[in-house]
Ligand binder design. Structure first.
Ligand code: CA
Length: 369
């Protein structure tokens, strides 16, 4: 099998979506007529990743064998290292790798999880990831949490999304919201707190102590993502599990977090090497006894790729993430990923097992220059 062409494009979830709200999709065509689908990180609409795919990657992979996906990934990351290796380049390579695994599964007639060595579980619980709580009142936070409980998540994460240029802006308010949510859901319901890099080291210790008292499950990205040593210091000084890594794009970057003291890492399959990258990360985490709980919010192609990897892991200690529970992204898929009674079920069709509806894609795609 040889790659004959690729198409990198944005997808509008609703008419008039702002550019940064769109998805970033990739289709890879092979000479046997098969098509693999991939997705880049949709941060800022994935535009920079799509441009890299179109202008720096497309010509380089024509004629390549999709089964050489790991060699292709490592060759390109070294060839294009001056464009990254973090951020947009990571997203571009992730989209390509996911599409090549989809092709590999289709060629071999097997779901991706089988090619990864088999699934420990094919029904995956999820946690409701709720953003924007920094600007809500305590009461507004409770109303949103109540709404999301209706989807039967096995845990809830409240994200604060505060302005990272103003650390420790409202520690008292943040703790009050965490306390109110704990009271609402009861003592036994699993909760997580995501500071979205909004705290200083001292502020994080203070919030972390409150979360320990409230029985929170984990404390995510307390300090700036680039302060790796301080992230580790917070983790070492607190008893609660401290997590980080959704803004880490390389295996070496994940290693640095682990060495600093972080005991739960959260790389995202649409940012860090796709399926190949996340499997390498899984091996690193297993060797160090560190929890791998991938970041992956939007229920589209990356979500499916992530599910295949998580299903194939011996240790999956936490549920998978679901940010947007609405059906706004569903219309482009013949079989959109949606939970049933609190569980996402892994498809058994070859490849990722996710089918695009060609006419919907055609009406929503926006090509980049
Ligand atoms: Ca997060």
């Amino acid at each position: 099998m040889k790659i004959t062409s690729i198409e990198a494009f944005q997808i509008e979830w609703a008419k008039g979506d702002a550019a940064e709200k769109r998805g970033a999709f990739l289709r890879v065509h092979a000479d046997n007529g098969m098509v693999g689908i991939g997705e880049a990180s949709p941060m800022a609409g994935g535009l920079a990743s799509l441009i890299i795919l179109k202008h720096h990657i497309a010509a380089a992979i024509i004629g390549a064998d999709p089964l050489d996906h790991a060699v292709i990934h490592d060759r390109l990351i070294h060839k294009l290292v001056k464009l990254g290796p973090e951020g947009a380049l990571g997203g571009a390579l992730a989209a390509l790798d996911i599409a090549l695994w989809d092709l590999k599964g289709k060629l071999l007639g097997q779901p991706v999880y089988k090619l990864l060595g088999g699934a420990w579980r094919t029904a995956l619980p999820f946690y409701a990831s709720i953003g924007g709580n920094g600007v809500r009142t305590v009461d507004e936070v409770l109303r949103v949490v109540e709404e999301r409980l209706k989807d039967k998540p096995s845990a809830i994460k409240i994200r604060f999304d505060n302005d990272r240029t103003k650390p420790d802006a409202d520690i008292t308010g943040d703790i009050a919201k965490a306390r109110a949510v704990r009271k609402l859901v009861g003592d036994d319901f699993p909760l997580a707190f995501d500071a979205n890099n909004g705290l200083s080291t001292g502020g994080a210790i203070r919030v972390g102590r409150a979360l320990e008292e409230l029985g929170f499950w984990w404390f995510e990205e307390p300090v700036q993502h680039y302060h790796i040593r301080e992230m580790g210091e917070v983790a070492r000084r607190l008893d609660i599990t401290v997590s980080a890594g959704e803004q880490t794009y390389t295996i070496a970057g994940v290693r640095d977090l682990i060495e600093a003291g972080v005991t739960m890492v959260q790389p995202d399959i649409v940012k860090m090497g796709g399926i190949t990258g996340l499997m390498r990360c899984a091996a690193l985490c297993q060797a160090h006894g560190v929890e791998l709980v991938p970041h992956q919010t939007q229920p589209t192609i990356g979500h499916l790729a992530n599910m295949h990897v998580v299903a194939a892991q011996l240790q999956a200690t936490k549920p998978i993430e679901l940010d947007d529970p609405s059906n706004r992204r569903h219309p482009v898929f013949a079989n959109p990923p949606r939970p049933v009674d609190g569980l996402f079920h892994l498809p058994t069709a070859p490849g990722l097992g996710l089918d695009l509806i060609a006419a919907e894609v055609a009406s929503r795609r926006l090509d980049i220059g």
